[in-house]
Design a protein around this ligand. Structure first.
Ligand code: NAD
Ligand code: DAU
Length: 353
């Protein structure tokens, strides 16, 4: 089949990547979407079973830290665009193993930039290298203020430092070599298929299993939550309509203190599980705080609102309801991803039996 465009999506078997791949495969039958993913503990091809039979979808298992493999991929395929999501993404794991984050997030990004640059060889017409980043590069806010695209970088965890470093490299390739790049920095995503080491699926899983709900510190840290499908919509829009060399902040304008969010989730779970209100929240347990725990993230997303006409499509209440329903209807998915290695991760992270 002759495709109009060939797009490489890295990290497409992960949480956000799988939503991006599904959207692109379904919406653009004339694009070939090639998903390159190492399939770490966070990558799961089961996330894509509804599209993996489609003619315009291909998967290749690839470690982006392996320069030779990345070069070989680019020798085998001519890409019109790259949407780069592959990363080590969990702050807690970056605290115990920073080196892996530097390898994947920094060296892996460098390898992709180099292969792209060599393949496009100065002919950048209709080409895009789109790097997916995070609001964590901007650091930690006090009680007031927002992160703007112009906010100075101040990463404070090995994860955010590695993402900041990759953002700098991507921008450097724009300025130095004229590479056609775009970057977006998004706030906390929630939704289906998120690995249960992150706050919401971990809490849902623990409520299901009647296990303690580990709240770091006093639970007063604030995050700005966005439904993952709204992030995927924004990525599609920026890829097609964003201006080269530009950065776009993406956020839900939806700040929640962790403890308030956990109480809201507990109430929804009690209702869904037909148990007395207060049953789930009785599992809340305060545990040792995350080292260097950023206090507050909040995104100013007015640039993407005003320039590209994007805004979240669902309210938080609706998105959370859909999300809880997904996990309750997909308990087999949860139990498959929480068997094996997850158990030893959990015991080490939460010092539990
Ligand atoms: P995730 O951990 O769920 O998925 C990451 C994917 O990358 C996995 O499929 C994994 O197998 C793959 N991967 C890891 N190392 C690789 C390597 N060396 N080579 C090839 N593939 C590799 O992460 P996510 O939450 O879906 O995040 C995706 C991207 O979005 C990341 O770049 C992250 O920094 C960014 N981001 C995430 C959030 C969020 O709230 N989750 C918010 C803003 C930005
Ligand atoms: O802001 C965007 C970032 O959001 C992304 O770049 C990261 O990839 C993504 O993991 C996420 O980072 P956070 O550290 O904010 O997400 P996490 O789900 O790990 O934690 C959310 C908040 O909940 C944070 O304040 C820590 C707290 N927390 C987390 C866990 C796992 C707890 O209190 N208890 C927990 O068990």
């Amino acid at each position: 089949m002759n495709f109009q465009k060939k797009i490489l999506v890295t990290g497409g078997a992960g949480f956000i990547g799988s939503h991006v791949v599904r959207r692109l495969v379904n919406k653009y039958p004339n694009y070939l979407i090639l998903n390159a993913d190492k399939l770490t503990y966070a990558g799961n091809l089961e996330n894509l079973i509804d599209v993996d039979y489609k003619e315009n979808y291909e998967f290749i298992q690839l470690d982006i830290t392996n320069e030779r493999s990345v070069n070989e991929l680019f020798e085998a395929h001519q890409f019109d665009g790259v949407i780069h999501l592959a990363a080590e993404s969990h702050v807690d794991r970056s605290i115990s193993n920073p080196g892996e984050f530097v390898m994947t997030n920094v060296v892996g990004t460098l390898n992709l930039l180099n292969s792209c640059r060599a393949q496009w060889n100065g002919n950048f017409n209709n080409k895009v290298f789109y790097h997916i980043s995070t609001d964590e590069v901007y650091g930690s806010l006090g009680d007031t203020g927002l992160f703007y695209e112009t906010t100075a970088y101040d990463p404070r965890s090995p994860y955010s430092a590695s993402k900041a470093s990759s953002d700098h490299l991507v921008r450097a390739y724009f300025h130095t070599y004229g590479m056609p790049i775009k970057i977006s920095n998004c706030s906390n995503n929630y939704g289906a298929n998120q690995f249960p080491e992150k706050l919401l699926p971990l809490m849902i899983n623990n409520i299901n299993e009647n296990k303690p709900l580990p709240v770091y510190g006093k639970g007063e840290n604030i995050r700005d939550w966005l439904w993952v499908e709204d992030h995927a919509i924004a990525i599609d829009l920026i890829f097609h309509e964003g201006v080269l060399g530009e950065t776009y902040n993406i956020g839900g304008h939806n700040e929640w203190k962790n403890i308030d969010l956990i109480h809201l989730l507990c109430d929804i779970m009690d209702r869904k599980l037909n148990q007395a209100i207060g049953t789930a929240s009785s599992l809340i347990t305060y545990v040792t705080d995350r080292a260097g725990h950023d206090m507050r993230y909040a995104i100013d997303a007015s640039k993407i609102y005003n320039e590209l006409g994007w805004k979240p499509s669902v309210t938080f209440e609706k998105g959370l309801e859909i999300t809880v329903d997904w996990y309750l209807n997909n308990k087999e998915w949860l139990s498959r991803v929480t068997s094996g290695a997850y158990q030893s991760y959990y015991k080490k992270q939460y010092k539990s039996e």
